[in-house]
Design a protein around this ligand. Structure first.
Ligand SMILES: [Fe+2]
Length: 133
């Protein structure tokens, strides 16, 4: 199932909202590759793309948090780290032949991302809105 982007997912910081949409795009792409049975190499590329883009996007958030003394920095950073580690673990599992967990994997990524965007990221908006432009 695809994640349909909703206006209430937006933080009102254009740069970050665009990056979040891009992350949603990776997860939707993963669902497409699964449904179309495109094969392991294609799925591996999507997994790798998602991890790389997470690293890029999370770093942007973390650098701003740290630079401006956001009090939730350590906790937020730890959540990012756990998420990227989990994706890498799922990627490894998938590549070693455990395709049966792919549906759950996609569901997990979907739920984590939307929850993170709408609850955790929202906490830095008032403090970092003008800094993240
Ligand atoms: Fe975040």
């Amino acid at each position: 199932m695809h994640i349909k982007w909703r206006p209430d997912y937006e933080l009102g910081i254009a740069k970050i909202d665009i990056q979040h949409m891009r992350l949603v795009g990776f997860i939707n792409r993963m669902a497409d590759v699964k449904n179309e049975k495109k094969g392991r190499d294609t799925m591996e590329t999507v997994f790798t793309g998602l991890v790389d883009y997470c690293n890029y996007h999370f770093t942007i958030e973390e650098v701003a948090m740290k630079a401006h003394g956001f009090p939730g920095y350590e906790n937020h950073k730890a959540q990012h780290k756990l998420f990227t580690q989990t994706i890498k673990k799922y990627k490894k599992d998938y590549l070693s032949g455990n395709d049966q967990f792919l549906t759950e994997t996609i569901e997990y990524l979907h739920n984590w991302l939307i929850e993170h965007i709408t609850v955790e990221d929202r906490k830095y908006v008032s403090m970092l809105k003008t800094k993240l432009r």
